[in-house]
Design a binder for this molecule. Structure first.
Ligand code: CS2
Length: 486
């Protein structure tokens, strides 16, 4: 059996593999990251790893809210893992930024100790949209089972918001305010939303705590970007090939990576500015452009691509009808909805994104992007619809991804395949109830206030989506250009 990646084998890796530029043994923790999935390990952890070459104790303790997989996989390799960058020539970098990975239901005490440690100055999060437990109006959803649980048991939280409040309560008692809480998820105004959820929760358990948090703790907004497909067997063998030792849980991503952070901190931070992170006073334009142009077209490609039998983003964008449709969607409805004057050139930004989709070395499954539609579509598509309506324009083409999502739900139900979505029970329930009647299913889904909020009352929007549900139900390789009007 081949040896595994660890502190000892690190020194024996081929010269072309990039290794940490600092001595891990001499560094200690400064960051606790909640949700250390592939994206975090391919993005913020890489910036932090590189920033540590400029000094500082910024090792990361990862906190998994549920799954013990990462902890188990990294335990045997001194928490080292490799990042494989997939471009014309794959490039491998070993990341040493993690000191440990903990799991909430196994390591509760150690997690609280890490969060409240005087040397921890950053709590960051990648917990996906659903992890914030927000209602469709952007407020904390106090009817969410995890939030209800945590409000009654604030010392035994199961939600990320509950966990952060519990840690901040302890820091409030110790008067240790030198910490910043950073959301790194694809939510518009992610920092503001997280701050609001934390404050609303804290207010319910201890109003003085809420006041202290509001006054002392910064929650910067961020824009994060890098295409990171899930780890698969092919990656595990590629990493072993390049390293000459085995890595049980490598990660992969494209060469492009971007992190824009609002320059608002309530404690020290790594020298991220030295390794390519942009600090700015206003992240909103970056966030909106990325969410609407990249994530919006990603979800559109996912649902329409799946209808056309495509498996990956590369396959979907290589279809001329789909590419033409995405280009129209961008120029007619998405780009005009974004105000980025003086900040970025939106058509050029969009063109670069389409080129990233055309990276044939990346196998990014549409099925992965299709997860959690009920949580993603409001930020990626519905806000764009709203802004078009505000500008007095009807966002007809944006109704296509919504219709394609409804058809995706119907297909999952009729194929009896799992729908990965926090609303799965409701959505599959509706699909079963209206089996064979797509119009009735569409109408029922469009009436869900937790997804569509005030758009449930917009007749034009609902009729247009339903019209597309009808035409897209017979889409195929030969009529796609006509059906999509591309
Ligand atoms: C994707 C994102 O899975 C998805 O929903 O749209 O993860 C996307 O790849 C990243 O946001 C790119 O930065």
């Amino acid at each position: 059996m081949t040896a595994s990646l660890n502190n000892t084998t690190l020194a024996t890796l081929p010269a072309e593999v990039k290794k940490p530029d600092y001595d891990r043994v001499e560094r200690s923790r400064g960051i606790v990251h909640i949700g250390p999935g592939a994206f975090h390990r391919a993005h913020q952890a890489v910036y932090t790893d590189m920033a540590m070459a400029y000094g500082g104790n910024w090792l990361i303790t990862g906190v998994s809210m549920r799954s013990a997989t990462l902890k188990q996989k990294l335990a045997g390799q001194d928490n080292l893992y490799s990042l494989v960058v997939l471009d014309n020539e794959p490039y491998v970098q070993v990341i040493g930024a993690f000191d440990s990975v903990l799991v909430l239901n196994e390591d509760r005490e150690a997690i609280m100790a890490a969060l409240t440690d005087a040397n921890t100055h950053i709590i960051s999060l990648t917990i996906t949209e659903k992890g914030y437990c927000l209602a469709s109006n952007g407020e904390l959803d106090t009817s969410h089972a995890d939030i209800m649980h945590d409000l009654s048991n604030p010392d035994e939280p199961v939600s990320a918001v509950g966990l952060i409040v519990s840690a901040l309560k302890h820091r409030f008692e110790q008067q240790q305010a030198d910490i910043t809480v950073i959301s790194c998820d694809n939510l518009a105004d992610n920092g503001k939303k997280l701050a609001k959820a934390v404050l609303q929760f804290a207010e319910k358990i201890q109003p003085e705590l809420a006041q202290w948090i509001e006054k002392n703790i910064a929650f910067p907004c961020t824009m994060v970007d890098s295409i990171t497909p899930a780890t698969d067997e092919a990656l595990i063998s590629l990493a072993a090939d390049k390293l000459g030792v085995e890595d049980a849980w490598p990660i992969q991503r494209e060469g492009f990576t971007q992190w824009v952070v609002e320059d608002k901190f309530s404690g020290p931070r790594p020298a991220w500015e030295k390794v390519g992170v942009t600090f700015t006073d206003d992240v909103a334009a970056f966030e909106n452009a990325k969410l609407r142009i990249l994530n919006g077209t990603h979800s559109t490609l996912a649902y329409t691509g799946i209808l056309l039998g495509k498996e990956t983003v590369y396959e979907a964008i290589s279809d001329t009808a789909l590419e033409a449709f995405i280009r129209r969607l961008l120029s007619d409805e998405i780009i005009p909805s974004i105000n980025a004057e003086g900040v970025m050139d939106l058509p050029a930004y969009a063109e670069d994104i389409l080129n990233r989709y055309k990276n044939r070395h990346i196998r990014h499954l549409l099925a992965q992007i299709a997860w959690d539609g009920s949580q993603k579509l409001p930020f990626r598509v519905l806000n764009t619809v709203r802004d078009n309506l505000k500008l007095g324009q009807q966002a007809k083409l944006l109704c296509v991804p919504i219709a394609a999502w409804i058809l995706f739900i119907a297909k999952r139900a009729s194929d009896q395949e799992e729908l990965v979505d926090p609303l799965a029970e409701t959505l599959i329930g509706l699909a079963n109830q209206h089996q064979g009647d797509l119009a009735a299913l569409g109408a029922a889904v469009l009436n869900l206030p937790q997804v569509f909020a005030e758009l449930t009352a917009n007749t034009w929007f609902k009729d247009t989506v339903l019209e597309y549900v009808k035409v897209l139900s017979s889409i195929n390789g030969s009529n796609a250009a006509d059906v999509l009007g591309a």
